[in-house]
Write a protein that binds this ligand. Structure first.
Ligand code: PLP
Length: 479
């Protein structure tokens, strides 16, 4: 354990040094802590990393170039970077039971790109790939991409549809994966809201994907990865799981057996900053067959690694290997279920009728609102969430009909099931008292809403009261 004032002293001193150069940055850092302390953070993809993880990022490792891999760098003087990269990879392998871990990706999107190119390099003709490597990806026209896809053998990706909870990087047009691959999606059952494995198998048989992707950002249930692997095998596809959202639940052994992706997938990607509670970043896990291709992530699709972030990954992964992390992961799910039950009891409509992971998707059409209106009304009331599509969403991806909420952050603060019921009450109160607004010409607006400011203020104060017993970063005082 550090000495009692060590964490406060560290952050205070850092701010003092920053303030001497650009006081507005020091002020913004201080203000961010105050804001985070006061708001009921229910963003499913966010968390609070430990002081040790945060501090591991703020140092001279940031100054070092280290292209290459451990022991095989294109720059001199990388022995200390080697130490932290090897440590992070070792912790990741032990934690997840993986044969190989690549800890350089700067984010989840980058981890997915590394994985896609590794699979392509493993499975397609080398000359076409070489051609892609020598050109700037941004310079390629639609026609170039078409030609490239054809040359590479029309590689295809089958992933979860966006409105069912899939992620942009799983072959959708706004992301480069949608240009690299011909994509088709599998949705969820219109009645239960659950993945229908027979339908996935049918789509795989028809489409014959090169990569079958599982993983999501807004699906509130477990996925059976054993069945998904069987489907992939039946059509000769590589099975990839993007566990960005639920990596903490895998690390904490809440998702085991058929629900642990690592033994079933050929390749697994993740972020490190969501339920895993590490620094912002990504990671790829795989077996020995893909390890060499994965290790070419830099320079194939990544710039030089971020040694300071790899140091922080090593710290956070060491924390996740401690026995208390399993308790945390279980509490995340218990809290999500308590939140779901609290909302259902009050009459909210939830996609799939509940949750068995860390997130809950409220269909706010049940309150007569769009996601955009609900998100803003909640924010006015000190509750930070984000709007999200629901399956077959009539309001599209901008306005949406859903609000996604998650418990990793509040659980880190120490809130438990009793506080989740109080949180459900606050959410329900705001949504139940918000009404859709109109445009200036009197037509219904999908963005404007009406909420009594006095009620928003009251809920905001109640949220702050609820949080006051669970201080964020209790060891740190900046004043
Ligand atoms: N994959 C999934 C499933 C995600 O939910 C996200 C982020 O929301 C990402 C990848 C991308 O992560 P990042 O924002 O770190 O690039």
């Amino acid at each position: 354990m550090p000495s009692p004032n060590a964490e406060s002293t560290a952050f205070r001193s850092a701010l003092e040094v920053i303030r001497a150069v650009e006081p507005r940055v020091a002020d913004a850092i201080g203000a961010e802590l105050a804001d985070q302390r006061e708001s009921l953070k229910l963003i499913a993809s966010e968390n609070y990393a430990s002081p040790a993880t945060l501090l591991a990022m703020g140092n001279w490792f940031s100054d070092k170039y280290a292209e290459g891999t451990v022991g095989r760098r294109f720059y001199a003087g990388c022995q200390n970077v080697d130490t932290v990269e090897a440590l992070a990879a070792e912790h990741a392998k032990e934690l997840f039971g993986a044969a190989h871990a690549y800890v350089q990706p700067h984010s989840g999107i980058d981890a997915n790109l590394v994985a896609f190119w590794a699979v392509l390099a493993d499975r397609v003709e080398a000359p076409a790939l070489k051609k892609a490597q020598v050109r700037q990806v941004n310079d390629l026209t639609e026609q170039d991409w078409f030609t490239l896809r054809r040359e590479l053998g029309n590689q295809r990706m089958l992933g979860m549809s966006l409105d069912a909870g899939g992620h942009l990087t799983h072959g959708f047009r706004p992301n480069i994966s949608g240009k690299m691959f011909d994509q088709r999606s599998y949705g969820t059952d219109p009645v239960t809201g659950l993945v229908d494995y027979d339908k996935v198998a049918e789509a795989a048989r028809e489409f014959k994907p090169m990569i079958l992707v599982a993983g999501y950002s807004a699906y509130p249930r477990k996925v059976n990865f054993r069945i998904m692997r069987e489907i992939a095998d039946s059509v000769g596809a590589t099975f990839m799981v993007d566990m960005a959202h639920f990596a903490g639940l895998v690390a904490g052994k809440v998702f085991t057996g058929d629900f642990d992706p690592v033994p079933h997938a050929h390749i697994v990607t993740t972020t490190t900053h969501k339920s895993l509670r590490g620094p912002r970043g990504g990671m790829v896990l795989c077996g020995p067959e893909l390890a060499d291709q994965v290790d070419r992530g830099c320079p194939m699709v990544l710039g030089g690694p971020l040694p300071h972030v790899m140091a922080a990954k090593a710290v956070a992964l060491a924390e996740a290997r401690r026995p208390d992390f399993a308790g945390y992961a279980q509490r995340v799910v218990d809290n999500a279920q308590a939140l779901a039950e609290g909302l259902l009891r009050r009459g909210a409509k939830l996609v799939t009728g509940g949750t068995d992971n860390h997130l809950v998707l409220i269909d706010v059409a049940g309150y007569g609102l769009t996601g955009r209106q609900a998100e803003q009304a909640l924010l006015d009331s000190g509750i930070v969430t984000n709007r999200n599509s629901v399956p077959q969403d009539p309001n599209g991806a901008w306005y949406t009909s859903g609000i996604r909420i998650g418990t990793p952050a509040l659980t880190t603060r120490g809130l438990g099931v009793a506080e989740m019921d109080a949180t459900a009450e606050l959410i329900h109160t705001v949504l139940g008292r918000t009404t859709p607004g109109s445009n200036t010409d009197g037509t219904p607006s999908k963005a404007k809403y009406v909420l009594d400011p006095a009620l928003a203020d009251k809920v905001s104060r109640q949220a702050t009261d609820l949080l006051s017993a669970f201080p964020l970063y209790p060891s740190i005082t900046l004043a």
